[in-house]
Design a protein around this ligand. Structure first.
Ligand SMILES: Cc1cc2nc3c(=O)[nH]c(=O)nc-3n(C[C@H](O)[C@H](O)[C@H](O)COP(=O)(O)OP(=O)(O)OC[C@H]3O[C@@H](n4cnc5c(N)ncnc54)[C@H](O)[C@@H]3O)c2cc1C
Length: 587
């Protein structure tokens, strides 16, 4: 039989999930057809970590599931956290042992089985300043932290004298501490992790569609039977039918609840947290730090060639999509970190600033809602489940709880959750590739350091990324004005990772918007030209994307000079949206 070289792959049917859960323009169009044509067991609203976690949980239980996200995956809180998978030392002080144990178990699962390519150990110095009680008190807490949560792949606490602590963090003022304790937690790029959970859900058959906003609920008598969605790129609308709907919209929970027309069982309030990013050489240290503040804690977290420093905790009642950092927020962070640094940080050291909103539970109004592990899940109406609160670290448990709560509305029995055994795409083969990094680097003419960087962002999907450059080695050159990233990464973001706008690539698939003092402006045009062929942009579209991105950066910079939230919000909210047909608020 004659064989044809480079024969086109047979078209995929609905029964065959795309390999590695590719989220590109073709998959997006197919997803629209499926949303219109199929009846799903579950529709999940919200592509933050909780929503994608619920979609993956449902798909791997054998359920037919669709996830719709109004903007981009992780565009809400899930790209704006402190990026720690942690038990939360301060919960120990509140004697929330169950909560800490559960979070530490999740941390371990991520590090070892589910996402070793994305989640990495990170050490923190806890500087001690009180000679009498602080060391035994903190050591007892850290002893629990070290022993809870089962097997442990990170080192336990280590006690340090003042000289030892200063060797670890020479940047500290000598009189800021009398000694210290070093302990470990874990960190990940939250936006990339959320996107990878979404791709894993797609890999297992979930329909995952971004720029798709829920604008109404379908009802059959008193039962929710689906949602009406709008493509916020072109304004098309369609009804999506499902046995049950999960509202996983974080700080938008109440808004969607109102839109559904049913009374909620709990309410969610938003608390703003701001972080700043500074170059690595501004703080001479071999470890991160955790500092006590009057209200909570302040982290100094290593982040590639940078430090992330934060965070604040203040009520926020303004624009949910674009929380704005004020000059006051930034001054607060600088003041606290400078209280221990020998050479203080200044505003001029800041490369990037970001603000996020914690979805905090505001109170329980009905005994049928279940408040546990800091998150709440409730069947708020027949066919409608709401899940909110909690933290990034426990997203997998939250996703499972949401699907469990929806089971009464599903036909037939459902299988138990298995996501503790489902590695994310890119995890399989990752460790072997790390050992082979030198060979991989030689094959592609890259520096091994660069390949290791790629492996920590893509895991074994690195082959897909590099294959895009097979016919165009130019793509293996760095992105102009953002040399930490290769041009091929921008192309792959659009072709495989669901990026649809310049903003998606510069702020979430890469972190150019916070890692470079130009905040992406100097790379914007080049990146737009790289992704234009994938996304079908002409010169006008490229120009518009660059203008919208630059306006966003200008607005953020201006908001960060304002003294208070109202003034900062007014400036930030005036910037144009990349997604033209969004309705804000939707109810
Ligand atoms: C400053 C800060 C630091 C934090 N640090 C940590 C940490 O280090 N570790 C940790 O474990 N946790 C941390 N957290 C908490 C954690 O980030 C959040 O709990 C988590 O990201 C919330 O995810 P979510 O999916 O509930 O919400 P989101 O990520 O906000 O997702 C909700 C999504 O719903 C979408 N949506 C809204 N309306 C609609 C609609 N009509 N149709 C379709 N989609 C819609 C939104 O666009 C959004 O993407 C931190 C939080 C903050 C604010």
């Amino acid at each position: 039989m004659a064989t044809r070289k480079n024969a086109a792959a047979p078209p995929q049917t609905h029964a065959e999930p795309p390999i590695t859960g590719r989220l590109g323009p073709a998959e997006r169009e197919e997803a629209w057809q499926r949303l219109a044509a199929e009846t799903f067991d579950l529709v999940v609203i919200g592509g933050g970590v909780v929503g994608v976690g619920a979609a993956l949980d449902a798909a791997t239980r054998g359920l037919r599931v669709a996830l719709v996200e109004a903007r981009d995956l992780a565009s809400g809180t899930s790209s704006r956290s402190s990026k720690l998978f942690h038990g939360g030392l301060r919960y120990l002080e509140q004697l929330e042992f169950g909560l800490v144990r559960e979070a530490l178990r999740e941390r371990e699962l991520m590090l070892t089985r589910l996402a070793p390519h994305l989640v990495k150990p990170v050490s923190f110095l806890y500087p001690l300043s009180n000679r009498l009680w602080e060391r035994p008190y903190t050591a007892a807490g850290l002893f629990l932290y070290d022993t809870m949560g089962g097997a442990r792949s990170v080192p336990g606490q280590k006690h340090l004298t003042r000289a030892g602590a200063l060797r670890l963090v020479p940047a500290l003022k000598r009189d800021a501490l009398i000694g210290g304790i070093r302990y470990y937690d874990a960190q990940a790029d939250d936006a990339r992790h959320t996107m990878m959970v979404g791709r894993t859900a797609a890999h297992y058959g979930a329909v995952v569609r971004t720029s798709t906003q829920v604008v109404g609920f379908l009802r059959e008598a008193d039962r929710v039977s689906g949602v009406r969605v709008r493509d916020v790129e072109d304004g098309r609308e369609v009804d999506v039918r499902a046995h049950a709907v999960i509202n996983a919209t974080g700080v938008w929970t109440d808004e969607l609840q109102r839109l559904s027309g049913s009374r909620g069982r709990f309410r969610v309030r938003a608390s703003k947290g701001v972080h700043i990013v500074v170059p690595r050489d501004r703080i001479v240290a071999e470890s991160g730090m955790i500092l006590r503040t009057e209200k909570s804690v302040l982290f100094v977290i290593p982040w590639r060639n940078h430090w992330i420093v934060g965070t604040t905790d203040t009520d926020w009642n303004l624009d949910l999509a674009h929380p704005a950092a004020t000059k006051h927020d930034i001054d607060y962070i600088l003041e606290h970190v400078n209280s221990v640094l020998a050479t203080p940080l200044t505003h001029d050291d800041i490369e990037g600033v970001y603000a996020g909103l914690r979805p905090l539970l505001a109170g329980e109004s009905d005994s049928t809602s279940k408040l546990s592990r800091e998150h709440a899940v409730a069947r708020v109406a027949p066919g409608l489940v709401a899940i909110a609160g909690g933290k990034y670290t426990t997203y997998r448990v939250m996703g499972a709880d949401a699907v469990d709560a929806a089971h009464v509305d599903l036909p037939g029995r459902i299988q138990p959750s298995i996501t503790d055994k489902v590695p994310l795409v890119g995890a399989d083969g990752y460790h072997a590739l790390v050992n082979q990094a030198d060979q991989l680097a030689a094959r592609h003419g890259l520096h091994p350091y660069r390949v290791r960087h790629l492996l920590d962002r893509y895991g074994s999907l690195v082959h897909e990324v590099l294959s895009l450059a097979a016919d165009n080695p130019e793509l293996l050159k760095p992105i102009p004005a953002a040399p930490d990233y290769l041009q091929v990464e921008a192309v792959y973001a659009a072709s495989h990772e669901g990026a649809m706008h310049l903003e998606d690539v510069l702020t979430r698939r890469t972190r150019i918007s916070i890692e470079y003092a130009h905040r992406g402006v100097e790379s914007a045009e080049a990146v737009a030209r790289l992704i234009a062929p994938v996304l079908g942009w002409d010169d006008d579209a490229i120009k518009r994307e660059v203008e919208v991105y630059n306006a966003r950066v200008d607005a953020e910079r201006a908001s960060q000079t304002k003294p208070d939230d109202q003034a900062a919000d007014a400036v930030r909210a005036a910037a144009p949206e990349a997604r033209p047909q969004l309705t804000e608020p939707v109810s």
